[in-house]
Design a protein around this ligand. Sequence first.
Ligand SMILES: Nc1ncnc2c1ncn2[C@@H]1O[C@H](COP(=O)(O)OP(=O)(O)OP(=O)(O)O)[C@@H](O)[C@H]1O
Ligand SMILES: [Mg+2]
Length: 272
Amino acid sequence: MKARVISVNNQKGGVGKTTTALAMAAILTEQNKQVLLIDCDGSSTTLTKILCQQAEVDYRQLAVTLTDLILFKTLGRDATAFADRAVIHCPESYDLLPADNKLVSIAAALATQNDMEIRFKALAGLVDYYRRYYDYIILDAAPVLDLFATNQLVAADELLIVSQCQKASREAIHELVHTVDSFVHPINPNLQVKGILLTMLDKRAKYGKEQIREMREEFADIHIFDAVISRATEAERYVDSGHSIICQSPKGSVTQGYREFMKEFLMERQVK
Ligand SMILES: Nc1ncnc2c1ncn2[C@@H]1O[C@H](COP(=O)(O)OP(=O)(O)OP(=O)(O)O)[C@@H](O)[C@H]1O
Ligand SMILES: [Mg+2]
């Protein structure tokens, strides 16, 4: 059991989860860590598309994806036999377990399972197989809080909540924390809620400062990272480049924000 497994999560869409997962992987790789990104989002498969582009692999012709591995599990078959074949090795040196759009129906497939080990722990079993090869495994969640999202939280050691400050994002955090407390902790008591990373915010502007203060009041019992990711057009464009924002815009404010965040994140600190 080597890897630290991090779920980057929030069922609110478009808050910066994938951007964050990729930035974390890039920064950890610079520190010579072995990183596996797992694309848990069949609705956009952004990570899969970006990393397939880097690895010069056609994402429409992947032989084995995360969907196949989870379906093997639901059929009671040994998914680990195919687990190594599924991983894509990228030149920037973090690896990817890719998704395809069939992954969106995996929650329904899991819901038919009466075996609780499969229903809630299908992904955890798979993640445990990969732990020995990596220092960090990062799970990039889809914007949905379903049974597969619960699987991600059951598979993880740490939860990083990525959020903007708007009302919808705040409501989503309350639901996520409720899910952790009510459903995940009874199965995975080791899951640590590491905290909330605020994104797409100008922390120097008066309004940005107000929003941060309101977030700290509303989520008094959850750690909110001091580092904040600013909104910048460079981060809107990185996706098309096929690289993380860290590589695409090394001197930009967003990269600087992610570097500050990672310093904080990597300082061991028990939260909650
Ligand atoms: N700091 C930022 N400033 C400006 N735009 C950003 C920033 N971070 C991410 N974006 C852009 O916002 C959009 C959503 O980001 P991203 O895909 O990372 O969010 P997500 O939470 O993963 O979304 P989804 O829930 O759909 O998976 C993308 O177009 C991305 O390029
Ligand atoms: Mg995403």
